[in-house]
Design a protein around this ligand. Sequence first.
Ligand code: C2E
Ligand code: MG
Ligand code: MG
Ligand code: MG
Length: 284
Amino acid sequence: MAKKARKGSYSFYREEDDRALKLRHKNETMLRSALENEEILVYYQPKFHIHESRITGVEALVRWNRNKSEIVYPDEFISILEESGLIISVGEFILRKACSDIAELNASLERPLKLAVNLSAVQFTDPGLVGKIRTILEETSFPSELLEVEITESIAMNDIASTMKILNELTAMKISIAVDDFGTGYSSLSYLQKFPLSTLKIDKSFIDQMQNKEEDQGIVRTIISLADIMNLNVVAEGVETGDQIEILKNNRCAEAQGYFISRPTDIGSLRLIMVSKDPKQSDN
Ligand code: C2E
Ligand code: MG
Ligand code: MG
Ligand code: MG
């Protein structure tokens, strides 16, 4: 902002803004047909139980295979989907695809994987949300008690009463609720207590420097105790090293997710990872 006001540089920034806006419009136009062109992909990142030393679940993460030639990451297109309202239909597709993929994989595993799906605050403004989730669970025969939705603290900034109603309906269906990127938003401890939550996901930014910064490690420890006191599960996000796993283990953090364990992968690679780790005993 301050830079824009600087004399002489105004037109340069205006051109940049103009170009960015045009690109955004172009992407929005392409995203309108992304579903029918089968360009929306769902990847899966394992969640690792540190003490049991096994993969207990996965998180679905969307990818856009733009023009079927280039994988685009969510940071580049989720906000376009949200602003255009396309997130409603794309979000529904992601949930259906993830439930059907993981239901199929679970059929060949001894212990079924839990599935977490990210929900945007915009999806919470859709009056049909809960009904759509119910229908998808039925259609894919995915057990609701294995489904978790990940929401960010920003959802609580919406209409609290309607958010609470939706969360209660999901909980009544035995779906679990996780707070994503915990520690980076504005949620008050009182809402944390009022919402029917099951899990806190510690944001990657606190994990990154945990080995070197006493303060960051203190924050991580505090979130783990908070979860413990409130009877919530806790997952560390963005774990990239063995040292970090060690620290988390010493601090009794139950679960971890990150490149150290596995990057997000397509369903084929996930199947290879899981079937090698947990082959179903074939006794007939
Ligand atoms: P998130 O839900 O907090 O997901 C974690 C992000 O961190 C993912 O990025 C994941 O690939 C990345 N990550 C995981 N472990 C590591 C690590 O060890 N190191 C590093 N550097 N990164 C790691 P991704 O897939 O690009 O997604 C970014 C965000 O986009 C997600 O953050 C989520 O907020 C949003 N998103 C992704 N998929 C969906 C979706 O299906 N629906 C909605 N509404 N939002 C989604
Ligand atoms: Mg997430
Ligand atoms: Mg996160
Ligand atoms: Mg995030």
